[in-house]
Design a protein around this ligand. Structure first.
Ligand code: HEC
Ligand code: HEC
Ligand code: HEC
Ligand code: HEC
Ligand code: HEC
Length: 454
């Protein structure tokens, strides 16, 4: 009945007592997880395809199946994380922890660092058999892959025995863990060696409004629909779709923030100041925007006025005066110097910090290296700049005081605010050969008008 069951594995259940690992700090072989298993202890996703075809196809298109192989991951892992360990003994083991979330099978097998993508089963990344053999997590806070795992013929899922058909391929074990945000938090919260929460999607969710209303990650990223999860399985009203769509899906990102802009006065003469107020409402994310790899991501708003003749004027944002605000307004300054020694560039001045028009507001939380310079290497983060991201259901207001230019054409002037999003700051993407990551997506756009008087 259990075609590929390996009884030996049933005895492999283990519990890690008081295990808390900070990435890079721990000795991998001492943490009790690596070398415990081998790739053979896990089934390939292809083994699930025959019966769970739709789920397989969804997973295959998501970032979960590419967490190790995707180009930018390969670049950051090998060019920076692994190289950092070679350049600086303090970071010798940093690259090992990456695998605990990006390719747990390689991590558990002690295949660290794994071969380059294309050469081993590390490519399976976050696979079916990882998520469906998780049994819980250690401690109170899910982070740094502190999940517990019990690979073998028991697949753990959301259905109770009387709900589902028996599977001819595996045993089925109900667990409420798969229907919690903490399940996701084991990989979606990350604390570095300096004790900084360099990834905190689950913690942001937890302190936000959605957790209080019982809306979990799965409600937005694994949405439910009537149907069957397995070809020969039962019909259910709420089959979990394995979409895992996030920042790589322009449709998911679109509309995340709603924009409305208005002027204080509708008519003005050249030379007169008009104050535009922009309201930015986060109606769509369950955590902050941006979240996750905040060190890489960049969200900015560009405001432009166009007069009746088509002349275009750029409106820089008004300063609010909070600490560290200069890091949230695009400027022509250099940053990311900490990559220099790792890339073998001894006198490296850095690259442009933002790569977006000077004066535009940037919604970010700067990650700062031990010398206080902005970094995209989250493991090298010793402190943060101001958290100027947009929280779930938060509305931020920005103002733009614009003195109408003397040459502005009398008649209708249209003022447009556009919010853009890129997965990676452009100058960094160019430096590291990951240009595709920097292609901006439009989050939203809104316009208002005023009358320029003679
Ligand atoms: C020969 C067919 C077959 C194969 C192959 C198969 N499954 Fe299943 N699986 C089923 C059926 C049937 C069900 C029950 C569906 C239902 O009625 O809800 C099921 C249910 C599940 C569930 C839900 C369990 C629960 O208690 O909620 C999970 C999780 C699961 N399978 C994972 C996997 C994984 C992972 C693989 C590959 C390693 C796999 N399956 C391979 C047939 C299969
Ligand atoms: C990142 C973790 C993750 C991965 C990878 C993953 N799953 Fe799931 N899967 C879940 C979670 C979480 C649920 C339950 C969601 C819920 O009920 O809220 C689930 C539910 C299921 C179910 C039961 C669906 C239902 O509603 O009855 C099946 C079957 C299943 N997964 C099979 C697979 C297969 C096959 C793959 C690989 C192609 C896979 N899963 C990959 C996390 C994962
Ligand atoms: C075993 C670790 C692990 C678990 C458990 C896990 N994830 Fe992930 N997830 C990852 C990794 C690693 C990535 C990054 C993929 C990449 O490299 O871009 C990711 C990426 C994502 C993305 C981003 C997709 C995009 O387009 O940017 C979403 C959304 C996501 N996960 C949702 C979830 C949800 C919801 C759950 C819980 C049901 C979950 N994850 C559980 C490891 C995990
Ligand atoms: C109310 C809906 C909602 C909930 C709840 C929610 N998300 Fe999201 N999530 C979104 C939307 C919309 C996006 C796309 C915009 C963005 O990138 O933030 C997103 C993006 C993401 C990303 C991509 C971030 C990046 O830059 O790669 C990840 C990862 C993610 N969510 C994980 C989670 C996890 C884990 C939870 C639960 C702790 C969760 N989400 C809860 C709506 C939600
Ligand atoms: C605690 C789990 C965890 C650890 C440890 C971890 N990551 Fe990630 N990583 C994720 C998740 C989850 C995402 C994706 C979603 C997001 O942006 O929130 C991600 C995203 C990324 C991305 C961006 C991928 C993209 O598609 O844009 C890169 C690059 C990356 N990680 C590299 C690393 C490196 C290198 C290390 C080790 C120094 C590391 N990660 C350690 C969980 C982890």
């Amino acid at each position: 009945m259990f075609s590929s069951r390996n009884l030996r594995l049933l005895f492999f259940a283990f519990h890690l007592v008081g295990f808390i690992m900070t990435v890079g700090a721990a000795d991998v072989s001492a943490d009790g997880k690596t070398d415990k298993y081998s790739y053979e202890d896990f089934e390939k996703p292809g083994a699930c395809r025959a019966c769970h075809l739709d789920i397989f196809r969804q997973w295959e298109q998501s970032m979960m199946s590419q967490a190790y192989t995707h180009h930018w991951d390969e670049v950051e892992y090998f060019k920076l994380a692994v190289a950092h360990g070679k350049a600086d003994p303090d970071f010798e083991t940093t690259h090992e922890g990456c695998n605990g979330c990006h390719t747990p099978m390689a991590y558990l097998s002690g295949d660290v660092p794994p071969p380059r993508p294309g050469e081993s089963r590390a490519d399976e990344s976050v696979s079916c058999d990882i998520c469906h053999t998780l049994t819980g997590f250690e401690g109170d806070i899910p982070f740094n892959f502190n999940w517990k795992i019990d690979p073998g013929s028991k697949k753990r899922g959301p259905r109770k025995a009387d709900e589902a058909k028996n599977s001819p391929h595996h045993e089925m074990v109900f667990t409420d863990f798969v229907h919690t945000a903490e399940f996701c938090g084991t990989c979606h919260n990350e604390k570095d060696d300096f004790g900084m929460w360099v990834k905190s999607t689950h913690l942001e969710w937890k302190e936000g409004p959605y957790s209080k209303q019982g809306v979990i990650c799965q409600d937005c990223h694994m949405t439910y629909s009537p149907g069957r999860s397995a070809m020969m399985g039962n019909e259910h009203p709420d089959v979990a779709q394995h979409l895992f769509h996030g920042a790589h899906d322009p449709g998911k990102v679109a509309g995340t923030i709603e924009l409305r802009i208005h002027p204080d006065i509708r008519e003005a003469e050249p030379g007169e100041p008009v104050k535009f107020t922009l309201a930015l409402f986060n109606g769509k994310t369950g955590h902050k925007f941006p979240t996750g790899s905040v060190e890489d991501r960049i969200v900015w708003v560009h405001v432009e006025a166009k007069d009746a003749k088509g002349n275009v004027y750029h409106l820089p944002v008004d300063k609010k005066g909070f600490d560290g605000e200069d890091m949230t307004i695009a400027a022509d300054v250099l940053a990311y110097q900490d990559m220099g020694p790792i890339l073998g560039k001894s006198s490296f001045a850095g690259v442009q910090r933002d790569g977006v028009p000077v004066g535009d507001r940037i919604f970010r939380m700067p990650y700062l290296d031990p010398q206080g310079r902005m970094t995209i290497m989250q493991w090298n983060t010793k402190s943060f700049g101001p958290d100027y991201r947009i929280g779930p259901r938060e509305t931020k207001l920005e103002t733009y005081t614009f003195e109408l230019p003397q040459d502005a054409e009398p008649g209708k002037m249209t003022v447009t605010a556009t919010m853009y999003y890129a997965l990676l700051v452009k100058p960094v993407a160019e430096l590291l050969g990951a240009e595709e990551e920097a292609i901006p997506m439009v989050v939203n756009i809104h316009s208002t008008t005023i009358e320029v008087l003679d």
